[in-house]
Design a binder for this molecule. Structure first.
Ligand code: 6GU
Length: 238
């Protein structure tokens, strides 16, 4: 079954495939060609019922920036949802959301339809957020100009979890954050090496040349735990 993304945005061109960008190349492009995923970008502006197709206005109470109006977004969501009978999971990309983590990515990869709302300007009128009741997701503690790049990041992370999206069925399980230690804790990835065996006077760890697959697996797990301890001890806390 094909996972369907709908992106609601005032910049639908960012998701176009004419000039392949983030999602038009590499794994997302292959997954799309294989029918594992499809995506449609809808312009919120097309649903604005005011004279200049405005989607934003000045904030009540004053202050800088503009606020996205309720009506165009609400009608856009309703129209897009009605275009396909499968239920959607609504997701709003916003710095006010919960920081994105791999478990949510993996859960979303099992849903049939995801509706991504890319906010802009100072944000959305709070009332439309209340009515839509979306999952609110942030990429981290910094501010992007809009939710579109965040939506693409989320899409890429989800697409690589779809069965058949990667060459090796097991290779996404070995990614950082997917790989597990013995207690089920999520770990960073281990170091990797390829040819040549010597570069700028630097060799590669002897164990990787040993041909002993049990020993190699144990070494890799130890490296993953060591790295996680050194760089991201927070991941090892229960
Ligand atoms: Cl999801 N949106 C925006 N505009 N900025 C962000 C973000 C999202 N996550 C981190 N910064």
């Amino acid at each position: 079954m094909t996972l369907r993304f709908d992106i609601l945005t005032t910049f639908p061109e960012m998701f176009g495939l004419e000039a392949p960008a983030a999602l038009g190349l590499s794994i997302p492009a292959r997954a799309r060609a294989a029918g594992l995923v499809e995506w449609h970008a809808t312009n919120i502006r097309d649903f604005a019922e005011n004279k200049h197709s405005k989607t934003d206005d000045r904030p009540f109470g004053g202050g800088p920036g503009m606020v996205m109006m309720c009506q165009p977004l609400w009608d856009a969501v309703r129209a897009v949802e009605a275009s396909d009978p499968r239920p959607t999971t609504r997701i709003l990309l916003t710095p006010q959301g919960a920081p994105l983590k791999q478990p949510l990515v993996e859960e979303l990869a099992t849903r049939p339809r995801l509706l991504l709302i890319a906010g802009h300007y100072e944000g959305l009128d709070e009332r439309v957020i209340e009515k839509l009741d979306p999952i609110e997701v942030s990429l981290g503690d910094y501010v992007l100009s809009g939710g579109e790049l965040a939506a693409m990041v989320l899409m890429d992370a989800i697409i690589r979890k779809l069965p058949g999206a990667l060459g090796h069925e097991d290779s996404s399980e070995e990614d950082s954050f997917s790989a597990r230690g013995p207690g089920g804790e999520r770990l960073l990835d281990c170091p990797h090496y390829t040819k040549p065996r010597e570069w700028m006077g630097m060799g590669v760890p002897e164990v990787l040349l040993s041909g002993d697959h049990g020993k190699i697996a144990r070494w890799r797990l130890e490296q993953m735990r060591e790295r996680t301890r050194a760089r991201r001890p927070d991941l090892l806390e229960p």
